[in-house]
Design a protein around this ligand. Structure first.
Ligand code: HEM
Length: 496
């Protein structure tokens, strides 16, 4: 066929295709959306900051919007009312997971709680998390382990202060957060500040989260899945392999100690609980499932918690009046030179408001994790077909001027005279999601976020220069698995 005939065919096919699309849209009453150019659809409209681009498109097409991303169809939810419909009223239908191609490595896609569909295995993981890992009793039991790690953070900040050293806040919070997680999971210390081990672990976790967060051609066009043209799956396979091997070693060592030590003293951590379940009869939990579950908890908890703490410090340093209020509250209620405990959180309304406001301004998962419909469902007069990818634009909701006065300014005070919380009931603030797929680590993240921020400000002032680039440059973010700061925060602590 020569080029001319091909051109004529294309010329004739395009209007026919447009007519067909209009007809099928009308017939199926899909939500409205921007026109999808042939083949690529609306991919290019996602841009570098999909949360912002989608929020802008939603201003034209409404809170329930259709997009064609390559060969897949997606619906974007952009208002608190629609989020409530999706995550509360029709939760069961919308709680499937759109499986990213890159997690199909080391059999993770068949075992990982983060990506497997609702079903008996997923329910088992969620029950174990809720009852055995993240219940208040369990978390109270492991608090001492976390307090020790916070004391080390305090010592490290003091050392920086005595040496007049500038601190890279995200490095320090990452190490502390990893140590808090490691303490809770394994009652051991993973890394020390400025050490090679901390760099290696950071590289592995950053590698996984960076590559998982990249837009992948193979997700838009499944025919490229095997080819993996951007090499994303190969990279995730490499880093995931390393993390699974670390988990495997920890599990093996613990099993060995449990079996070889005569008067073995049980530890107060998640791994001990998981191995007790594995050896007892309450749930059928294999060693493979334990390794993948631990890997999931680390991947899901790492960047989200440390980047939120970095954002909190950034906003407090950019708003010294808010920093003074938070510090004053800590020093009057907890006392000078004392370390706050997790049980003190409820006595610190301003600190709680700071954490809420940070999660509102900088939700770490701005589109949550992609959901998927399990069957056809009617919503707001439209039909959402089975297997539709559903993105909930939490970022758009937290910047909605009809819900929030002056939504772009950092105002913890907005939370002082109401009970709005981020635990999944108030749909204007759902950084952890809501419904069946709500973040299971929320109770641990809640504790860690408050005590991390408190430890950094309670007994320290901070020398921080905004610089010629201006305040807004410090608020620039990079879209990925977690919404990270574009430039790391550096500031010098001064002991009080
Ligand atoms: C600031 C901290 C955190 C934020 C903002 C956050 C947010 C989220 C979000 C938005 C989701 C997806 C919800 C959805 O699909 O609708 C999620 C899922 C998840 N999170 Fe978190 N998370 C945080 C910390 C943690 C921690 C500390 C852990 C564990 C130690 C954790 C474990 C998980 C897991 C396992 C899932 C997958 C659940 C499932 O698909 O059933 N997260 N998280």
């Amino acid at each position: 066929m020569d080029n001319f005939v091909l051109l004529v065919l294309l010329f004739l096919a395009l209007p026919a295709w447009l007519l067909y699309r209009r007809w099928s849209l009308r017939r199926r009453k899909l939500p409205p959306g921007p026109f999808p150019p042939p083949i690529i659809g609306n991919i290019l409209q996602l841009g570098q900051h999909p949360n912002r681009s989608l929020a802008k498109l939603a201003r034209t097409y409404g809170p329930l919007m259709s997009l064609r991303l390559g060969s897949s169809y997606a619906v974007i939810v952009s208002s608190s009312e629609m989020a409530k419909e999706v995550l509360q009223k029709h939760d069961a239908v919308f709680s499937g997971r759109a499986m990213p191609t890159c997690v199909k490595v080391h059999d993770h896609h068949n075992v990982s709680m983060n990506v497997i569909p609702l079903g008996s295995r997923w329910r088992k993981f969620r029950k174990i998390c809720a009852e055995k890992l993240f219940s208040n009793i369990r978390l109270d039991g492991s608090e001492e382990l976390r307090t020790e790690r916070l004391t080390k953070l305090r010592e490290y900040v003091r050392e920086c202060s005595e040496g007049g050293r500038e601190m890279n806040v995200v490095e320090a919070t990452f190490v502390t957060m990893m140590n808090l997680m490691w303490a809770t999971l394994f009652s051991s210390e993973m890394t020390t500040y400025d050490s090679d081990a901390s760099q290696e672990l950071k590289e592995i976790i950053n590698g996984i989260t960076r590559y998982m967060g990249l837009p992948n051609v193979a997700d838009f066009f499944p025919i490229f899945e095997r080819l993996d043209p951007q090499g994303i799956k190969r990279k995730v396979e490499f880093y995931m392999g390393k993390l699974l091997a670390i988990m495997g070693d920890l599990v093996e060592q613990r099993l060995k100690s449990r079996r070889s030590t005569l008067h073995y003293q049980k530890k107060n951590d998640f791994l001990e609980t998981l191995l007790d379940i594995h050896e007892g009869g309450e749930y059928d939990l294999s060693l493979k499932e334990i390794k993948h579950l631990l890997t999931d908890l680390i991947i899901a908890g790492a960047d989200t918690t440390s980047s939120t703490t970095e954002w909190a410090m950034t906003e407090l340093l950019l708003n010294p009046d808010k920093l003074s209020k938070a510090k004053h509250e800590l020093r009057t209620i907890i006392g000078e030179n004392k370390q706050m405990r997790e049980s003190d959180i409820s006595r610190l309304p301003y600190l709680k408001a700071v954490v809420k406001e940070v999660l509102r301004c900088h939700p770490p998962s701005p589109l949550l994790a992609p959901h998927k419909t399990e069957e056809d469902v009617e919503l707001n007069g439209y039909i959402i077909p089975k297997h539709t990818k559903v993105l909930i634009n939490v970022w758009a909701i937290t910047k909605d001027p009809t819900l929030w006065t002056d939504p772009n300014s950092f105002e913890p005070e907005r939370f002082l005279d109401n009970n709005i919380d981020f635990k999944g009931q108030d749909f204007e603030l759902i950084p952890f999601g809501s419904g069946r797929r709500i973040c299971p680590g929320l109770p641990l993240a809640y504790r860690m976020l408050h005590v991390l921020v408190a430890t950094l400000i309670h007994n320290f002032d901070w020398k921080f220069e905004v610089g010629a680039e201006g305040k807004e440059a410090h608020r620039t973010d990079v879209f990925g698995l977690a919404l990270q700061k574009a430039f790391p925060l550096r500031a010098t602590p001064i002991s009080l």
